[in-house]
Design a protein around this ligand. Structure first.
Ligand code: MF3
Ligand code: CO
Ligand code: CO
Length: 267
């Protein structure tokens, strides 16, 4: 149970892959339109990753213990799909909300980020869920500084989410990341302040809350990957890769094309 403290070389490697990860999401953004299939987004992502970014897609053939190998380069989770949706030939339609989750490997380092996209115009409820989940991620990020606890992050997210009538998925969490895709610690999106591991400068992990409009319960589909809400309510997720700095935090997967930071995040 040890959390890696990255040295300057690791931090530079993670900054570089984090930048590329944000760049890939920016590249995909204009293609997320009614009529595009998630297989087409997957193909565009794989091509841009290898040919432009000179990087590798970590999800392709990824096989944690107990899983079948993941068959695609990105995850695309639509509407009531919570996470790990597998791209297919079904076109996106107006009103869908879709999470695109990308993980790149560059020089052995991993960068992991996901965003929500609204296809055409979505309902007010769908847009509200996406916006509040984004804000919940940033409430978690703002807890990050040396001496804070992992439980502070989870608590901030849970309090904000439940305060707005949304539920927090428990079965999946953020994770340490670096030379490994999924490393210690687990970064829960619920919890109590002052509990779990104490943060130190040089730690790098993701925060990636999944919030449901309905109940928190989930189930896995027969493909061995796709997670959906049990009650079929809408679900949203946003993810960034975060470095603990001596002053607080650095978001490694920021990019020009992402959404503006929430107003409550001070520069
Ligand atoms: N990117 C996901 C995460 O945030 C993991 C996806 S595993 C995959 O941790 F195999 F489905 F890609
Ligand atoms: Co992740
Ligand atoms: Co991810």
């Amino acid at each position: 149970m040890t959390i890696i403290i990255n040295d300057a070389e690791g931090i530079n490697g993670m900054r570089a892959v984090g930048r590329l990860t944000g760049q890939l999401l920016d590249y995909l953004t204009p293609f997320v339109k009614p009529g595009v299939t998630t297989n087409e987004l997957d193909r565009l992502a794989e091509q841009y990753t290898t040919q432009v970014l000179h990087a590798t897609s970590a999800p392709l053939d990824y096989q944690p213990a107990g899983y079948v190998p993941y068959p695609k380069s990105i995850c695309t989770s639509i509407n009531h799909q919570v996470c790990h949706g597998i791209p297919n030939d079904k076109p996106l339609k107006k009103g869908d909300i879709v999470n695109i989750d990308v993980t790149l490997i560059k020089d052995g380092w991993h960068g992991d980020s996901s965003r929500m996209f609204v296809v055409g115009e979505a309902s007010i409820a769908a847009r509200r869920l996406c916006a509040l989940t984004y804000e919940s991620l940033w409430h978690g990020i703002m807890q990050v500084r040396p001496g804070a606890y992992l439980g502070d992050i989870g608590h901030a997210i849970q309090k904000f989410a439940e305060g707005h009538g949304l539920s927090v998925v428990r079965e999946f969490c953020g994770h340490g990341i670096g030379r490994k895709f999924h490393d210690e610690p687990q970064v829960l999106h619920y919890g109590k302040p002052g509990t779990l591991d104490k943060l130190e400068a040089g730690m790098i992990f993701t925060i990636e809350p999944m919030l449901n409009a309905g109940r928190r319960d989930i189930k896995e589909l027969g493909d061995g990957w796709t997670i959906v809400t049990k009650d079929h309510s809408l679900s949203a997720q946003w993810e960034h890769t975060i470095l603990v700095t001596p002053e607080g935090y650095e978001v490694l997967t920021l990019s020009e094309g992402g959404p503006p930071l929430p107003a409550f995040v001070k520069a």
